[in-house]
Design a protein around this ligand. Sequence first.
Ligand SMILES: C[S@@+](CC[C@H](N)C(=O)[O-])C[C@H]1O[C@@H](n2cnc3c(N)ncnc32)[C@H](O)[C@@H]1O
Length: 244
Amino acid sequence: MQEEKLTNSIYEKRFVEELFDKMSGTYDRMNHITSFGFSARWRKQFIKDLNIENAKVVVDLMSGMGECWKPILHHCTPETEIIALDFSGEMVKHAKNRISSLKSQSITVLKEDVFNNSIASSCADSVVSGFGLKTFSEEQLNDLAKQIHRILKPNGTFSLIDVSVPSGKILKFFYLFYLKRIIPVLGWLFLGKVSTYKMLGVYTEKFQNAQRTKQLFERHSFEVEYYTYFFGCASGIKGKKRPE
Ligand SMILES: C[S@@+](CC[C@H](N)C(=O)[O-])C[C@H]1O[C@@H](n2cnc3c(N)ncnc32)[C@H](O)[C@@H]1O
């Protein structure tokens, strides 16, 4: 009962929001370290096959500090509108600072909860989300599927990625050891707090990989494919909204 209560509370809005507010100052560096320097490469990969060359509107959910914008802009035109959304005030502040360093003419950052957002229905050619899945419970992942379905135009495409637990025994052992034992220490060194970065391991171990997310998305009239990156250290789904 106690365990279940604890598990549910780590998915509560306030808890996650505060976690990212606290991490915002060190997120860039820690994201690089926790993914063994792979995060930038994975962002390029998960956006690459989306065919956003002609997209008028791309929505970036759980956009953090705008880490996905460069890879998005690499594939689309400067006229493409990017609508980014994140509920952490601190992450949004950093994201807004990033805009001036980019070539895009149109990036809007919304400080909103993805489950209660003001993005218009059927407005997006594509929806992306980088590393924003693991802090959602199964019910929330199902609600995320509903939101992405609402936001996308018919035939609109999406791609989502997050860090995952690899299935190979040896890699899994070292990966979990790194996430659960080494990362909290690095978090302590950078942030002075072990508990904040310890949560990354807790969320990743509960998330495992994007297989369950795939099943949930399949309930919502999407064509969905499952992908893994670097022996399963990250996984994601890509697909398209079926026309009505
Ligand atoms: C791990 S960061 C990912 C940032 C960025 N997309 C990247 O590629 O690194 C996850 C982000 O999701 C945001 N987030 C989590 N739950 C959310 C929700 N319900 N609504 C909006 N943003 C949320 C957090 O504030 C955090 O900035």
